[in-house]
Structures are given as structure tokens and as C-alpha cells.
Design a protein around this ligand. Structure first.
Ligand code: IPT
Length: 942
């Protein structure tokens, strides 16, 4: 049998939660190959040994090892909402491990620790029920003293996918049962250290330190739930390297300590000892508090440049190994990210050590979300139903107790999207009492009564500005006393997010704004199970309730390779602001670090490829200094760059932390024209379009205003909820189906002049185009004017021309902005220079195909194998791809795109911004492309 699946109560039999300590007590890790058998429902479960057992890896998710299938649903519960009951259709998986207990563990009382078991389980050791597991991302320890024996032991974990607790675990991610974190036997020596609570504050050079120690008393059910006091702690000794010895439970004042911050992650090694056990700690001195509606760390204003991080690996799901987690944190540091919200559950315990050591602020979130109740207008929401209070209290307690000694944790978060209610209030109050030295966060309750920050997700820049300037009339006095943060914003789905700079600008302007956390760090694509690394998403596993590719919305791909938005974010998040005087006589340097002056950085100017040092004066935190420049004269671009003098903070020596570039005005290139017959070109007099350029056949040359909708184009901006998504507006207008009529095909002096009209079917609306072609005998110059006519029913996606070449492109070399793509509201990380990219890199492939990859170029050489096409212009937006936009728009997965046999090239005079309407605000007005006259001047040469 399997116990209590419909019970809203917490798991049974676990010991009181405590910190995850590094102890010298013996331990035995039980990870490895276990055996699993499946039952379709709890009714089918048998207690005999029958059935087919097959091997699985622990830690791991069953669905990623061929047992069951993953389900992706965001808000919706993929089962009937009938709390607290799970559906009958509820697979149960028996996990079995036979092991020999080590004599060193057996020599003491012992516990069995589970750090993450997705689903609801009952655990037996040698036939004795130890208890039940609830809270998929939370630690449980069971007493095993007297049950664990010498020689062979048999551990059985009977795991049901669904239970009452599924209602509390509705996070936007894959439902994937399994023992996905480590299982460990821990010796608990009598008189050893049950728990430790480090309180280490910092104020203006001085530190405060109190370390509470709770001893093991050898009692099987010790650790009375609410008793965290030191009992005989006097017998424990504490020493902190460099600071001396300390008495447990006593407040100590230290005249001089080094503070901990993400920029200065200084940790003091400490040992807590009893005769039977030593625990190693790392202590960071820091104080977080709120004053005048401003978030302060160590007395100075703190700005979160954050991301939401789920644990995700495309083959191993939430069983993310330590090397991967470390690489993720370093990648964040290299891109000026200083904070992580552990959305939406506590991560693997080891992640906290990394965050302390590498220097990342954490908003540590409880494993709690009941978002699906929004569908029923939050009726029956567990957050406000007393029968669920014990489960809420249990989850919050386990969250706080495990991670309470980590300096990186500044804020406890009650959970995500769980509505409002007394149970949330209760756990907020508890967290505050238990740990008054940290702040409490919860976004879902607009009253913000028991929390320390006013937090919102996806608020528009307009609203953030009102909040930052205390101009929001809805705010009461209590809320005005709180700092503001965006726990989620800038949805990094597909091509985007656009508008990062506008948010950052506000964060820099209003001290009340404590910054925010991009949604989200990593895409949750799963690779084909057991197969090719092709990226799959919701619905690809036969799920009937699912949310498609809404889980593919990260700055880095599932395999942790950065998408182009990461480079833009690095620029926007730079802790140093640089502003060049228009005449290049000076650069203003603004220090936006929290605690560092700029002594660790060196400044250089790069002019015509020559790098020269710039004297960088001391710039204290928050200050701005005008640095005079004496630059070599140039007609080319000038870069001022700030780089690390030495390796550190996750970066190599020379790593660029900030840069600014001046790009001089470039006139449109012209040809010295010679009389017609248009040199290298051949025109079709029926269409008026060129069909051949040198050796190159040109096909389908046409005016085009549409793009293959991005994920953001398919969403409705939060500020315009009454309108359909722009992609739908385009579809309704038939923007993808412009029809052409040749009006006139004439000569005008040296030029061939073609007039065409390109109209929307059904309506009187379109653009009148004038194509003025000239040549110097080798190249072809086009001066294309587009004039809208008629009442236009929608904005444009772009304004330019398409052409097709019947050969695949190999690579593109361009002078212009790069290496990443650029739309009007993205591309902050792109700079002017000369770049080369393979066609794949140039196109920027996304899990779900969509418009992407535009580079703003002055000169591009498209290598087409036997031939090539060169495009010259000024700030021409160029895309080069093996597929038409129609193909891209009609294809659901990247791997379903056909192999490259031809090349589609677009040259645009203008494009629309991308915004972040897949979840958040749409394209800001200044970045929209309203129907308006446009002019494209290019030179084409084959
Ligand atoms: C918000 C969720 O908190 C987050 O988990 C994720 O689902 C995100 O949206 C979108 O990807 S909730 C939404 C209603 C704003």
C-alpha cells in the first residue's frame, strides 16, 4: 500500500529540519543504480516482490529514463482540480536498493536523508516503515538507528506521481517524478552537532557574531520541532579562522571584519566541535535591511541584477550536477548578473555553497505554488484553507532551516503564485520570527502586509516608474515604506526580450527600486529521450494538457550555451556606466558597484585597432567622474573599454566589464553611375525586378513588411490587453500576403526607374514603391522609396525587400554591428566592427523557429559557395537564412526545418522592436514601426 495520498498534512516520521552541515561524521551515499517497477495506479500496488524491475539511476527522473513521460504545464493542473484529492490515474513506482551499510555509519545512531524526491513517497528500510515524503524539493531525514543493520539492507521507496501535495507544487516546469537528488546515510554521533545557526552581521567595519549550536542527544525523536535553543551548547567549541574562539549562543562584537557581498565574497572558515563531531562552516558577515524604502546591504543601497533560475538539464532534468551549477554561476558572473531567485523551490543544497563562494545574492524560494487555482478565481486555494496550514508551515520551515547559514541568502520567499491567504501570512510571520536578520518576500499578495519588499512581476516600465517615484495612487503608507523589486520581468522567450535598457534606466534613477530578476535563466527544453539532442517542449510527449513552448524562455539554452540576449544583458547590467562626450573629449564614468571602487579595472581606448591605456582615477561607489580623453584622430569608431586587471570574480584577467562605443556618421554609399543597360544586371520587364546580377540568378525580389512571428509577437502586451497579439493583427491584415502590381518601368537619365504597388488583399492599403536602379558597370545601386497608402490596419514588422538565391549560403562576413543580432530594442551588446559567422550562427536558431538574427550592416559579403553577394549600405538590417519566412512560421521545432538548399536574404530600411509580450509589456511606442515613408539605399554586387 501507499499512505495518505489524499492527505494535505505534511510527511510523517521525519526529524526536525536542520541545516545542511559539512560534518566529519561518517556518511554513506546511496546514489547509483537502483531497481524500479511501475504500477499504473495505487490500486494495482502489490507488496510482494513481483513485477518487472528495471535499473534506474538515482539521482534521476524516471520519465527521462524511459519510465513514464514528462508533462509540461504552466498554470493548469494536468488533473481535475478537486483538492485535496489526486486523480485515480496515478502511477506508482517502487524504487529498491540493496546495500551493505558501512561499519563506520553503523557505529553511531544514524539517519537517512532524502534531498529531493519528486512525488509523494513512503519509505521502508528492512521492512520497517520510516515515514512518508512530501515536499518534492525539500530535505527529509528519517531516523534509522536500530533499523539499519550490518550486512545487507533493503531500502524501498514507493513513489506516487500525484498526491494532495501536487496542489502545492504547480510550478511552471515539467512534472517528472523520481528521486532526483542524493540519498545519504548519515551517522549522528551521540553528543554531536544536530544543528547550527550562524548570525553574522556587518556594520561599518565591525562584525557581530552569534552561533547557536544544538546538540544531538542520541534520542531517536530528538530535535523537538520548535526547540532551537542551545541546550548543553556550552560543551561545543567554536573557532573562526583569523578571528579566534567563540562561545556558542553568545553575541560577540568584532571590531574589525571583512564584509561579505557578491562583489567581495569573503568567507571565514569556522569549526564547531564537540568531542564526537566537527562541523565546518563558512561565515560571511553581512547585514541586509530596509531604510527609507531602500534596500541596503552592509549599509549601502543594493541593486539586484538578477535572473530566475530553475534547475534544468536537457537530459537529466532537475538532477543538475555540481559542475554544471558552478559553470552556470560563473557564466552569470561573467555577464554582470549578481543575483538569483531560486524559482520556485530551494535548489540542491550544494548550490548554496557555490553562491556563497562565487558571490551571488539569493532570494531563496520555498517549494510552493498553487497557481492553477486562478482558473477557479482562487476558490478552494490551499493558501487560505486551514487544513493546509501544517503543510505550509512544514515547507517554509524546511526551506529556512536547511539554508539559514548561507550569507548569499538575503531574502526568504514564501513561494510563487499561490494567491493570498492566512497560511501565507502565517509562514511569513514565522520566517520573520525565526530569522529576523533576513527579509521576507512574496509577490502574490498585493497588500504586502507581512513582507519586507513590494514585489511584482512583469510590471510595465510606466508602472515601475510610478512606483519608483511614489506616484502610484494605489499605494498605502505601509507599502510606500517598502523597497520595490521585480521578482520577474523581461521574459527571455525567443527573439527578445526587448526593452531591457528602459527598465535598467529606471533602476538607476529611483533609489526605491531594488532591481529585478529576468524571467528566466535557462530554457527547459528536453532532448529526445535516449536520442538526438533535438529540443522538445510541451506536447511533444503526448500530453493532453500542456503549454507548448512556454517553457523555452531562457537567456541560455537548455545545454547552457548562451542565447544572444545574454550579451545584451551583460551590457545593460554593467556595474559601470560610461557616457562619451559627443566630441570625444571626455568619458563620464559612473560607479554602480555596491562595494567596489574601480581599482580592479583598467581603462583603454581602442582606435583603428590600436589599444591605448587611459588613466582611470579613483571612482568611489556611487560617484561619477569625468575623465578627459586625448584620442588619436580617426574617421572610424572609438571604443572605451573597462577590463579586469586580474582574474577574479569568475572572470579572467582582461575580461571586459563595461564599454561604450562612438560610431561616426557614415553617408550612404554611392556609385559613379554610367549610362544604362544596367551593367551586370538583367531585369524582367514584366515584373520590373532584377533576375540576374553578374553570375547570380536572383529570384522572388519583392517588397516585404512581415516577419515570421516571434514568441513575443504572439503574445499580448500587458499594457494593451484589449488588443490581439501583433502576430494576429498582421495575420488579420494579411501582411504576409502582399500582392504586387507593376505600375511603370522607365528610364530616367542614368537610372532605371520601376514603380510598383504592393497591397494587402481585400483592402485599400499598401505601399507604393519607387525603385531607382543605377550602375557603375560592375555593381548595382538601388534607391528604394516606400510610401504607404490607404488606411493601414496594423503596424509593420519591417520595411524592405526580400530576395532568394538558389544556393545555400556558407557564411556571412560583415562590417556593422555584431556579433549578435540587433532590433531597435535589443542588441545593447552589439558593437560596430567586422565579423564573420556561419549561416547557422548568423540566422540565430531558436527551439521554436521564428524571426531572429537581423544584423545591422554597412557591408556584408554572403558566401554562396560558387558565387557571393555583397551588400553595401548604411545601417541596413540584414537577415540571411536557408528558409522563407512562411516556412519558418509554419515549423514547430528547429529540427523540423528542411535542410539548406537555397538562401533567403532580406534587406530592411527599418524593423519593429521585439518587446517582451510573451509575458510582459509589448514593444514600447518608440520602437514600433508605424506605416511611414521608408528609404533603403544599397549597392549589390555579385
Ligand atoms: C509567471 C510565473 O511566476 C513563472 O513561473 C513563469 O510561468 C512565468 O510567469 C512565465 O514564463 S506567472 C505569469 C502569470 C506572469
Amino acid at each position: 500500500m501507499i499512505n495518505d495520498l489524499a492527505s494535505p498534512l505534511p510527511g510523517t516520521g521525519g526529524r526536525a529540519p536542520r541545516a545542511h552541515l559539512r560534518s566529519d561524521a561518517p556518511r554513506q551515499v546511496l546514489d547509483g543504480t537502483w531497481q524500479v517497477r511501475s504500477f499504473p495506479t495505487p490500486r494495482h500496488v502489490t507488496d510482494d516482490d513481483q513485477g518487472i524491475w528495471s535499473p534506474v539511476e538515482v539521482p534521476g527522473h524516471l520519465a527521462l529514463q524511459g519510465i513514464g513521460t514528462p508533462i509540461y504545464a504552466n498554470v493548469d493542473y494536468p488533473f481535475p482540480m478537486d483538492p485535496p484529492f489526486p486523480p485515480d490515474d496515478n502511477p506508482v513506482y517502487d524504487h529498491r536498493l540493496e546495500f551493505n551499510a558501512g561499519s563506520d555509519v553503523l557505529a553511531h545512531p544514524s539517519v537517512l536523508r532524502f534531498e529531493g524526491v519528486d512525488g509523494a513517497a513512503t519509505v521502508w528500510l528492512n521492512g520497517v516503515e520510516l515515514g512518508t515524503l512530501r515536499g518534492s524539493r525539500l530535505t527529509t531525514e528519517f531516523e534509522t538507528t536500530g533499523v539499519l543493520r550490518a550486512g545487507a539492507n533493503l531500502l524501498l521507496v514507493r513513489l506516487a506521481q500525484w498526491s494532495a501535495h501536487s496542489y502545492l507544487e504547480d510550478q511552471d516546469m515539467w512534472w517528472m517524478p523520481g528521486i532526483f537528488r542524493s540519498v545519504t546515510l548519515l551517522a549522528r554521533p551521540r553528543g554531536g552537532i544536530r544543528d547550527v545557526f550562524v548570525h553574522a552581521g556587518y556594520d561599518n567595519g565591525a562584525g557581530t557574531l552569534r552561533i547557536d549550536v544544538d546538540r544531538e542527544n542520541g534520542d531517536a525523536k530528538n530535535g523537538d520541532a520548535e526547540n532551537h535553543d542551545v541546550e548543553d551548547g556550552a560543551e561545543a567549541t567554536i573557532s573562526v579562522d583569523g578571528l579566534g574562539d567563540f562561545t556558542p549562543g553568545v553575541d560577540h562584537l568584532l571590531p574589525s571584519v571583512r564584509p561579505w557581498s557578491a562583489e567581495t565574497p569573503y568567507l571565514y572558515a569556522a569549526q564547531v566541535r564537540t568531542p564526537s563531531e566537527t562541523v565546518n562552516l563558512r561565515i560571511g558577515f553581512r547585514t541586509v535591511h530596509v531604510e527609507n524604502s531602500t534596500l541596503l546591504l552592509n549599509g549601502a543601497p543594493l541593486l539586484f541584477r538578477g535572473v530566475n533560475r530553475h534547475e534544468h538539464d536537457p537530459r537529466r532534468g532537475r538532477a543538475v550536477d555540481l559542475d554544471t551549477a558552478r559553470a552556470e554561476l560563473l557564466l552569470m558572473k561573467q555577464h554582470n548578473i549578481n543575483a538569483v531567485r531560486t524559482s520556485h523551490y530551494p535548489p540542491d543544497a550544494a548550490f548554496l555553497d557555490l553562491a556563497d563562494e562565487i558571490g551571488i545574492y539569493l532570494v531563496l524560494e520555498n517549494d510552493l505554488e498553487t497557481h492553477g487555482f486562478v482558473t477557479e478565481d482562487w476558490h478552494r486555494n490551499p493558501s487560505d484553507d486551514p487544513q493546509w496550514l501544517p503543510a505550509y508551515a512544514d515547507r517554509m520551515r524546511r526551506t529556512v532551516e536547511r539554508d539559514k547559514n548561507h550569507p548569499s541568502v538575503l531574502i526568504w520567499s514564501l513561494g510563487n503564485e499561490a494567491g493570498t491567504g492566512a497560511n501565507l501570512d502565517a509562514i511569513a510571520i514565522w520566517a520573520k520570527q525565526r530569522d529576523p536578520e533576513r527579509l521576507v518576500h512574496y509577490e502574490g499578495d498585493p497588500r504586502s502586509l507581512h513582507v519586507d519588499l513590494y514585489s511584482r512581476m512583469y510590471a510595465t516600465t510606466g508602472e515601475v516608474e510610478r512606483i519608483g517615484s511614489f506616484a502610484d495612487p494605489d499605494e498605502d503608507e505601509h507599502r510606500r515604506s517598502l523597497p520595490f523589486m521585480l521578482c520577474e520581468y523581461a521574459h527571455a522567450m525567443g527573439n527578445g526580450p526587448g526593452g531591457l535598457s528602459e527598465y535598467q534606466e529606471l533602476f538607476h534613477t529611483y533609489p526605491r527600486l531594488a532591481g529585478g530578476f529576468i524571467w528566466e535563466w535557462v530554457e527547459h527544453a528536453l532532448y529526445e529521450i535516449g536520442g538526438r539532442p533535438v529540443s522538445l517542449y510541451g506536447g511533444d510527449f503526448g500530453e493532453r494538457v500542456h503549454d507548448g513552448n512556454f517553457v523555452i524562455d531562457g537567456l541560455v539554452h537548455a545545454g547552457k550555451t548562451p542565447g544572444p540576449a545574454l550579451a545584451d544583458l551583460a551590457r545593460v547590467f554593467s556595474p559601470v556606466g560610461l557616457e562619451l562626450a559627443p566630441d570625444l573629449s571626455a568619458v563620464t564614468v559612473i560607479n554602480r558597484y555596491h562595494a567596489l571602487d574601480l581599482a580592479h579595472l583598467e581603462a583603454v581606448a581602442v582606435v583603428d585597432g590600436v589599444t591605448t591605456p587611459i588613466e582611470l582615477p579613483s571612482v568611489t561607489v556611487g560617484a561619477q567622474v569625468v575623465v578627459p580623453l586625448t584620442l588619436a584622430a580617426t574617421n572610424g569608431p572609438v571604443i572605451i573599454s573597462l577590463r579586469r586587471r586580474a582574474a577574479g570574480d569568475g572572470c579572467e584577467a582582461g575580461h571586459e566589464v563595461a564599454w561604450v562605443q562612438h560610431v561616426p556618421h557614415r553617408p550612404a554609399p554611392t556609385l559613379t553611375s554610367v549610362p544604362l543597360r544596367l551593367g551586370p544586371a538583367v531585369f524582367d520587364e514584366h515584373t520590373g525586378m532584377p533576375v540576374r546580377l553578374g553570375e547570380l540568378d536572383l529570384h522572388d525580389v519583392a517588397v516585404s513588411l512581415w516577419r515570421a512571428p516571434t514568441d513575443n509577437d504572439r503574445g499580448t502586451g500587458w499594457e494593451e490587453q484589449d488588443l490581439p497579439p501583433v502576430a494576429v493583427r498582421w495575420a488579420n491584415a494579411r501582411l504576409d500576403d502582399l500582392r504586387t502590381r507593376l505600375v511603370e518601368f522607365t528610364e530616367d537619365g542614368d537610372a532605371l526607374v520601376v514603380r510598383t504597388r504592393h497591397g494587402l488583399p481585400v483592402r485599400y492599403a499598401g505601399v507604393a514603391a519607387t525603385w531607382r536602379w543605377t550602375t557603375d558597370g560592375t555593381a548595382l545601386a538601388l534607391d528604394l522609396s516606400l510610401e504607404p497608402y490607404g488606411p493601414w490596419p496594423c503596424d509593420w514588422a519591417r520595411a524592405g525587400l526580400d530576395l532568394r538565391v538558389a544556393a545555400p549560403a556558407r557564411q556571412v562576413t560583415w562590417t556593422g554591428y555584431g556579433p549578435g543580432p540587433q532590433y531597435p530594442d535589443t542588441g545593447q551588446g552589439a558593437r560596430y566592427g567586422t565579423f564573420t559567422a556561419s549561416t547557422d550562427d548568423f540566422a540565430v536558431r531558436t527551439v521554436r523557429p521564428q524571426e531572429h538574427g537581423a544584423r545591422v550592416v554597412d557591408d556584408a559579403l554572403i558566401d554562396l559557395g560558387a558565387a557571393s553577394l555583397r551588400v553595401l549600405g548604411t545601417d541596413v538590417s540584414l537577415t540571411v537564412r536557408p528558409w522563407s519566412r512562411a516556412t519558418i512560421a509554419a515549423t514547430a521545432h528547429d529540427h523540423e526545418l528542411p535542410d539548406a538548399t537555397e538562401t533567403w536574404i532580406s534587406l530592411d530600411a527599418a524593423t519593429s522592436g521585439v518587446g517582451t509580450a510573451s509575458c510582459g509589456q509589448g514593444v514600447l511606442p518608440e520602437y514600433r514601426l508605424t506605416p511611414s515613408p521608408q528609404r533603403l539605399r544599397v549597392i549589390l554586387q555579385a
